[in-house]
Ligand binder design. Sequence first.
Ligand SMILES: [Zn+2]
Length: 254
Amino acid sequence: MSASDLESAIRHLRDLVEGARVVVAFTGAGISTECGIPDFRSPGGIWTQMRPIEFGDFLASQEMRDESWRRRFAMEEQFGGAKPGRGHRALASLYKAGKIPGIITQNIDNLHQDSGIAAKDVVELHGNTTYAACLDCRKRYELHWVKQSMAQSGGRSPECTVCDGYIKTATVSFGQAMPEAAMRRAQELTDSCDLFLAIGSSLVVWPAAGFPLAAKRNGARLVIINREATEFDDIADLVVHDDIGAALATFITH
Ligand SMILES: [Zn+2]
């Protein structure tokens, strides 16, 4: 977009936000790329170079569990220090102003919480990679504990200290069921809004991509902010194909 196109899009976006009663934001990898976290699923992304470990494989073999944790700690070295970007901060400002009751995200990076949004108001469709949990009893484990445990056992990933279940990052892996409570809460948020902001998602991953469509069908306005075109651009009330931080920075108040 040209600078003047972006400016007029931002004015339009401000009008839509000011005129809305309840705004719900749905975010994907694009909001975190300016924080240095790559879009794993994009062409050229990590998942196209290295096949992800599917949930069934994680359950089936110690070797896969160890490998999964090795990859996680390699990621930590690259992206562990990531901080919220302008998009995260803008949404946190709207949240603190009472405009946004909650955020639905496909991201697992915890950056919405880091920007000041209460964890209970961040609906994580794909879970969270900044901590771990036992797959059986759901006891929470911190990553440094897992790392230490692996260092002491020659690289063998640990089991739950309570029930011997497998410990995995709190993410939803490929092949793992979508979290029901999160899906329900995402649907409630979608139904409650009169303005739906789809930010940094190509909107192709189902069922997550159904939310913008449901919002539109409920009569909400739909805004899509994404660098590339999406298949819902035609039904959106405003489409911004530009840098997400640049498009949203106008809302940052702190
Ligand atoms: Zn357990």
